[in-house]
Write a protein that binds this ligand. Structure first.
Ligand SMILES: [Zn+2]
Length: 218
């Protein structure tokens, strides 16, 4: 009798151990193929601030840092533009919270004739305060080079084609009142191919897309 009880206790213990092992195994297993599906559109603007600690998973691309999740499509877009004899020149990509803070404070200093409050308001017209810049997401890229004629060629190519690769012109001229940012023909943001296609077909800026498809669905 005593021996039997020992054996059944042993079996129960073994079963518990096997269960624990499987729970741990399931938790640790990678989300196979879910990475793309889990891509979330981020809205960063004057009302939606990024956390000071927010740092995306970064990779290097042509000497710039960008979010890892945009790399494949960025390469694909670059290849496609080259085929159309338009080389894409990057001027700015990922920026840390600290770098953005310095950029903003340097801009404020340019208005030293004004009061501190006025200087901040003035600086904020052209530079975002730290936490309010899309460049901190690693998904925003400024395309630009010195030759301005070439810039327009590049920007028109991007305006017409970037959505096919998941990028959008983030601050279009006709959406200035909604984005609250003046037209920036150089600034493109990655939102994924699926979302970029919808925004392109429905002529939505990111604020409008967010309101229609993300906020309403909760
Ligand atoms: Zn920019």
């Amino acid at each position: 009798m005593k021996r039997k009880r020992h054996i059944s206790l042993g079996i129960i213990l073994l079963l518990v151990l096997i269960m624990l092992f499987f729970i741990k195994f399931l938790n640790n297993s990678p989300p196979s193929g879910k990475v793309e599906k889990e891509f979330k559109v981020m809205l960063v603007n004057k009302e939606n601030k990024l956390d000071k600690e927010y740092v995306p998973d970064l990779v290097k691309y042509n000497g710039f840092k960008v979010s890892k999740e945009i790399l494949n499509d960025l390469k694909e877009m670059s290849k496609a533009s080259s085929k159309d004899n338009t080389v894409l020149y990057i001027n700015n990509a990922y920026r840390t919270y600290k770098e953005q803070d310095k950029l903003f404070n340097d801009k404020v200093k340019e208005y030293q004739d004004l009061s501190k409050e006025e200087a901040i308001i003035k600086a904020n017209e052209t530079v975002e305060q730290a936490g309010y810049s899309e460049h901190q997401t690693g998904r925003a890229i400024d395309f630009s080079m010195r030759n301005n004629d070439y810039n327009w060629k590049m920007w028109y190519w991007l305006k017409d084609n970037s959505y096919k690769y998941g990028f959008i012109l983030r601050y279009p001229k006709e959406k200035e009142e909604i984005t609250k940012i003046n037209y920036e023909p150089w600034h493109f943001t990655y939102v994924s191919k699926e979302v970029a296609q919808i925004m392109h077909d429905e002529n939505l800026c990111l604020e409008e897309y967010y309101q229609k498809y993300i906020e309403k669905e909760g």
